[in-house]
Design a protein around this ligand. Structure first.
Ligand code: 3H9
Length: 711
């Protein structure tokens, strides 16, 4: 390490500084990720002042303590009263420093963290470095000079690509882009930074301000890149607010002097801060981290998870097998006979063959993965696995028979999981000699793609089994949400209710196409009738038949879906459902015959159709979702409202920028949601019963966020 003389370190909260020889070393130590909260900003400003004042220092080195350089602005401060100094001011101070400033980056240099580095005069990245401007994922734009400095340093095209995608670039890529000047060879950014700083001192390297960098010199190419990004973003950003603001800010780097560009960036940044999308996206950021903190994950350590078994090689079983294979686990599949097993294996192989076809996998890589897959028709093959996920037909008798076999063959301590979507897991657990090992792992189809994993916790399960479920989710890169046992758990239980609200509206006068369009315009990728056509109408039909005997005779029951299914129109797979799919098309077209069926059903039910506006459709759709979400929290099926939010963000395509249904409810205002429900109840008091939790919160003047302890 290049130290000669050292001064004692001076503490200024989370930012400390000391002199190592000629280098003034500034260290940011603000666990867990060195976010740029107010104390860090103050500390950094003070450190630069001290560096200027220290006549013995000829260069400044900024490093981060712990695993990261700086992960960005402190996201928890957004929406609160801003505290000076602002980050743009701190960055300007760094850039204006009269001594060369070096940033030595390891781990994350994201958002404001990268902007600090861009304000330094020289940058070094350790191999672990991850550089990026992920503000777009939070509904923001880089607001500390990133939109002005990055294009000047690396050019419009790569700068915009990083800002609009929010992705992280590795150290090597950062070097090739010109974001950094030097690639470190080891993890110790401090010692390499010192070496670099001393070399710069020896070479009498001047201060080098990024705002004076010249990557925008080719004005024509810069403008073309900007216009291409604008056209692309207009097509892709689907109602998002910040992407176009990013482009506007970067345009200013082309057209305005630096200071004016900075002023515009600030103005646009504050517009983003004030947008409800920012609030929704930041809620989603914290909520998806909060769901990991279930009580069992704090109370117990997960069991081993080295080898897995899957019972059932249908769509779900095969999808789960692929998810596990992709995570590097050996997987043993059980099917009842050889032909079924062959089909199960084919389902698995089909996924990899698809990747090979798209050029995303080599045949050798597929062979390596499939070497970890084995199939048997005897349960005895599961004797040594650590976890089994059962994914057989949704029938209690069939499930219990499977669990009896698992109980017979699995080693003590093996986790016995069911992928049931609706059935009573307490009953399944009670049927075996080891209920403490039985848990629900509810994957969503396609299981190798969909991120959500509901971890369903029956009464007798032991905490370490639940913790193992969370560990499995981590291994499979899924987002786990803890759910209690009930019909449909969190997601499907709520879905069943708002689907009914959609059916009611369809019978009352809205067409399925109009409802789908309203839901899409709200931000979903698809409407409920498109989803039904994609999933297969026969699935919902089977569920309705199963529940028919228990249905409240006073409850409204819309028969349109049954009429469609009776014709064998199950959606895409039969080339017609609510929509027509001529010649296997993936996008459906409206079907006049479906509209005729709906007319007949309206007449049969004695309903005179009425018009619905898009706003009316969404008010009912969301009120039904929110009300059942409140019931689910009230009954502790979901631990907190945020667990409902994450379920819908990751399992049901809820638009992330709205934060999830419960966050959306807070945004609209709970009194308004409750007033809507009470108004709708005048027509149908059986369906529209306000959730006791919603009523209670409104009476107390509280909101769902107040139940998300950590917020
Ligand atoms: C910005 O910079 C705006 C500027 O352009 C302009 C300003 C004027 N703030 O993810 P992890 C917490 S916008 C506050 O589990 P990992 C996180 O909640 C910002 N807290 O760790 C968690 O807390 P807890 C742009 C933050 O190792 C803990 O740290 N930057 C922040 O898997 C550990 O996090 C970003 O968007 C933050 N910025 O991943 C980067 N970041 O333990 C956001 C994290 O209580 N951060 N926390 O649950 C990340 O992408 C990841 O956290 C990171 C580490 C990759 C850094």
């Amino acid at each position: 390490m290049a130290t000669t003389t050292s001064s004692p370190s001076t503490s200024s909260g989370p930012v400390t500084f000391e002199r190592r020889g000629d280098v003034f070393v500034v260290t940011i130590d603000n666990p867990p990720v060195n976010a740029l909260g107010v104390d860090v900003r103050r500390g950094l400003a003070a450190a630069i002042d001290a560096a200027e004042a220290d006549s013995g220092a000829t260069a400044v080195l900024i490093v981060g303590a712990g695993r990261n350089f700086i992960a960005g602005a402190d996201i928890r401060e957004f929406g609160k009263t801003p505290q000076p100094p602002s980050l743009p001011e701190v960055c300007l101070k760094i850039e204006n420093c009269s001594k060369p400033v070096v940033a030595a980056i390891h781990g994350a240099a994201l958002g404001g963290g990268l902007e600090v580095a861009l304000s330094a005069h020289y940058r070094l990245a350790a191999p672990s470095a991850k550089l990026g401007m992920p503000e777009v994922a939070l509904g923001l734009l880089p607001g500390s000079g990133g939109t002005q400095r990055a294009p000047r340093l690396v050019g419009v095209k790569p700068a915009l690509e990083l800002m609009l995608s929010g992705r992280h670039a590795g150290a090597k890529e950062a070097l090739s882009l010109g974001l950094v000047d030097r690639l470190g060879t080891e993890a110790d950014a401090l010692s390499e930074g010192l070496t670099y700083a001393n070399e710069l001192i020896a070479a009498k390297a001047p201060v080098r301000r990024t705002r004076e960098a010249t990557a925008l010199a080719d004005a024509e190419a810069s403008r073309a890149a900007l216009e291409a990004a604008r056209a692309d973003t207009a097509k892709k950003s689907r109602g998002l607010f910040s992407p176009m603001k990013i482009i506007e800010a970067v345009e200013a780097a082309l057209t305005l002097p630096f200071d004016e560009g900075m002023a515009l960036e600030r103005k646009l940044f504050l517009q983003c801060i004030d947008s409800p999308q920012r609030a929704g996206l930041i809620h989603a950021f914290f909520a998806e981290r909060e769901v990991l903190k279930a009580p069992e994950t704090k109370a117990a350590r997960p069991r081993a998870l080295d080898a897995a078994g899957i019972v059932g090689g249908g769509t779900m079983g095969a999808g789960i097998a692929v998810a596990m294979l992709d995570a590097g686990m050996p997987v043993t599949m059980i099917e009842r006979d050889e032909p079924s097993l062959a089909r199960g294996r084919q389902h698995v192989e089909k996924v990899y063959d698809g990747l090979i076809k798209k050029g995303r996998m080599t045949p050798e890589a597929k062979a390596a993965v499939m070497a970890r897959f084995s199939g048997f028709t005897s349960y005895d093959a599961l004797a040594q696995v650590d976890i089994v996920v059962e994914a057989v037909f949704e029938d209690m008798g069939v499930k219990k028979a499977v669990f009896a076999e698992l109980d017979r063959v699995c080693k003590p301590g093996a986790v016995l999981a069911t992928n049931t979507s609706y059935l009573d897991i307490d009953e399944i657990a009670a049927s075996v000699s080891r209920p403490q090992d039985v848990v629900g792992l509810h994957f969503f189809s396609p299981a190798n793609i969909m991120k959500l994993l509901e971890i369903v916790v029956p009464a007798k399960v032991s905490a370490d089994v639940v913790a193992t479920g969370f560990e499995l989710a981590k291994k499979l890169k899924k987002v786990p949400v803890r759910a209690g046992v009930c019909d449909g758990f969190i997601g499907n239980r709520i879905l069943a209710v708002y689907r009914q609200a959609a059916d009611h509206m369809m019978e009352d006068g809205a067409s399925p196409y109009q409802i789908d369009e309203a839901v899409r315009n709200f931000g979903y990728p698809m409407g409920p009738f498109q989803v039904s056509d994609l999933a297969g109408g026969d699935i919902g039909w089977a569920t309705r038949k199963r529940k028919a005997a228990k249905r409240d005779p006073k409850a409204r029951y819309v028969q349109i879906a049954d009429r469609i299914c009776e014709r064998g129109w199950f959606g895409q797979k039969t080339q017609r459902g609510y929509y027509l799919y001529p010649e296997g098309a993936r996008t459906g077209v409206p079907d006049p015959e479906v509209l005729a069926i709906i007319d007949v059903e309206r007449e049969r039910a004695g309903i005179t159709p009425r018009a619905f506006t898009e706003e009316e459709i969404m008010r009912r759709y969301m009120a039904a979702m929110i009300n059942e979400g409140a019931n689910v929290v009230h009954q502790r099926i979901a631990l907190r409202p945020l667990d409902v939010d994450v379920t819908f963000l990751y399992g049901y395509g809820f638009p992330r920028h709205r934060g999830g249904p419960m966050k959306y409810a807070d945004t609209v205002g709970l009194p308004k949601v409750l007033a809507d429900i009470r108004e709708f109840a005048k027509e149908d008091p059986v369906f529209w019963q306000p959730s006791p939790l919603l009523v209670d919160l409104v009476e107390r003047g509280a909101d769902f966020a107040s139940l998300n302890q950590s917020e």
